[in-house]
Design a protein around this ligand. Structure first.
Ligand SMILES: [Zn+2]
Length: 438
């Protein structure tokens, strides 16, 4: 994205936007303090592997302003999120958040990476994207896109942001979108949630796969490849004007070129790097003490994690997990029956899993003269006896012959003549035979 030529910019800006000043963005205080050259884990969002991560990068000879810029970046990302949801209430980028302890604001939790690059500014100054992306590869797993705020001198002072690739499905090495913090003609205002925020949103949207050449308003001039030329307020117009602010930008005017359109070409609204809103709460309860509930989404594993905010349309599979001796009696609420349950999150949902403990009978019959005892205790028999034990527990039986008798062996659920261990995975019966000594 380039800044407009100054004369035109002032004129256009005054004409189009002076009547509608945008509200200032809510300032965000970043909750981190550390300079970390990698993704922080755990991530707040566990419902998807896709992330839009943010990096502050300086060349090896650059001045480290991370301490002040971090909160400014968090403020701008918060403004992008708010703007995006205003343009499309069903989507927002999956900005990577980290649960900093005690952090009370959503974008205070922004996971901002720090990169002290291995080369001096002179190597990167002509917007050397290949070298930058190679030197930032530690931040580039395939499911991650990165917005890089590069704080070094650049030669093209009127280029406000750059991204190298229309990567509809690729993150990693193809997933870097750059904002040039020292592009001196770009009226860089990071932290105000205005022009630089628009630059970041513009470059990210390119990187999410816009604008494909089939789009009806794709710019005819080849130097503006990947942009739309129908209206200068469109986020993907090739220029940004003096005084511009993201609040006045429009995400695909007419919804016919790159976002929510009806054409057959790639639609950024389908990007896996966008979260599906609204989030709906899922509440799981366990009734009784005989088991727990596992799931495949949202970190729900109850107890202890019995609730989550899940994206609109998420399909969650819940499974009852009976404990030893427990039995699953069935679901209630949004699930029914006895098997695994799939919940589609198209509204707030609550589910309860009923468990109880189960017992099975162990019966012992003695022939001849002798006795049988159990461990755990409960059975002590010289004729016939029966007792219930917790399901799936193991009961050990020992046989003791009366005077003048010997133990001849087990039958039924036991074999042989040694102490016997019976697994109570159902009702069981055992016979113990004693014979008179010859
Ligand atoms: Zn552009």
């Amino acid at each position: 994205m380039r800044r407009l030529a100054p004369v035109l910019a002032v004129f256009v800006c005054a004409l189009l936007w002076s009547a509608a000043p945008a509200a200032a963005a809510t300032p965000v205080t970043w909750c981190g303090t550390d300079r970390l050259g990698a993704n922080r884990t755990p991530d707040v969002d566990t419902g998807s592997q896709y992330r839009v991560h943010v990096i502050y990068a300086i060349p090896s000879d650059g001045q480290d302003r991370f301490g002040t810029v971090a909160s400014q970046i968090a403020t701008d990302i918060g403004a992008i999120d708010e703007w995006w949801r205003g343009q499309d209430p069903t989507r927002t980028p999956r900005f990577d958040l980290f649960p900093f302890p005690g952090c009370t604001s959503q974008f205070g939790q922004l996971d901002i990476g720090f990169a002290r690059l291995p080369r001096p500014a002179s190597v990167y100054a002509d917007l050397n994207l290949l070298q930058l992306s190679a030197d930032l590869s530690a931040f580039g797993p395939p499911a991650v896109k990165n917005i890089v705020y590069y704080d070094g001198q650049v030669l093209n002072s009127d280029v406000c942001g750059t991204t190298g690739y229309l990567a509809d499905r690729d993150g990693g090495a193809f997933g870097f979108a750059y904002v040039w913090l020292r592009a001196s003609d770009c009226e860089v205002d990071v932290g105000s949630g205005r022009l630089t925020a628009e630059v970041a949103a513009h470059e990210l949207t390119h990187n999410l796969g816009a604008v494909q050449r089939q789009a009806p308003h794709h710019c005819a001039d080849p130097q503006f490849d990947g942009h739309v030329c129908d209206n200068r307020t469109d986020l993907l117009y090739p220029y940004v004007s003096s005084g511009a602010t993201i609040a006045n930008a429009v995400l695909d005017i007419g919804r016919d070129d790159y976002y929510g359109h009806s054409g057959s070409w790639w639609d950024v609204q389908d990007s896996p790097w966008l979260m599906h809103l609204p989030l709906f709460p899922l509440a799981v309860a366990v009734d009784g003490t005989g088991g727990s509930v596992s799931s495949d989404a949202g970190g729900v594993s109850c107890p202890p994690a019995c609730s989550a905010q899940l994206e609109n349309g998420t399909r969650v599979t819940l499974r009852p997990v009976p404990a030893a001796g427990g039995t699953f009696k069935g679901w209630s609420g949004a699930c029914s029956g006895q098997g695994p349950c799939v919940v589609t999150m198209d509204a707030a949902k609550s589910v309860s899993a009923g468990f109880g403990s189960t017992t099975f009978a162990l019966a012992v019959k003695v022939t001849g003269r002798g006795s049988v005892r159990s461990s755990p205790s409960g059975l002590a028999c010289s004729k016939s006896c029966s007792r219930a034990f917790v399901a799936n527990s193991i009961v050990r039986l020992t046989a003791k012959a009366a005077k003048g008798y010997r133990f001849a062996g087990w039958s039924g659920a036991c074999r042989g003549t040694k102490a016997c261990a019976v697994k109570l995975d159902g009702a069981k019966s055992v016979r113990a035979g004693f014979r008179k000594r010859a």
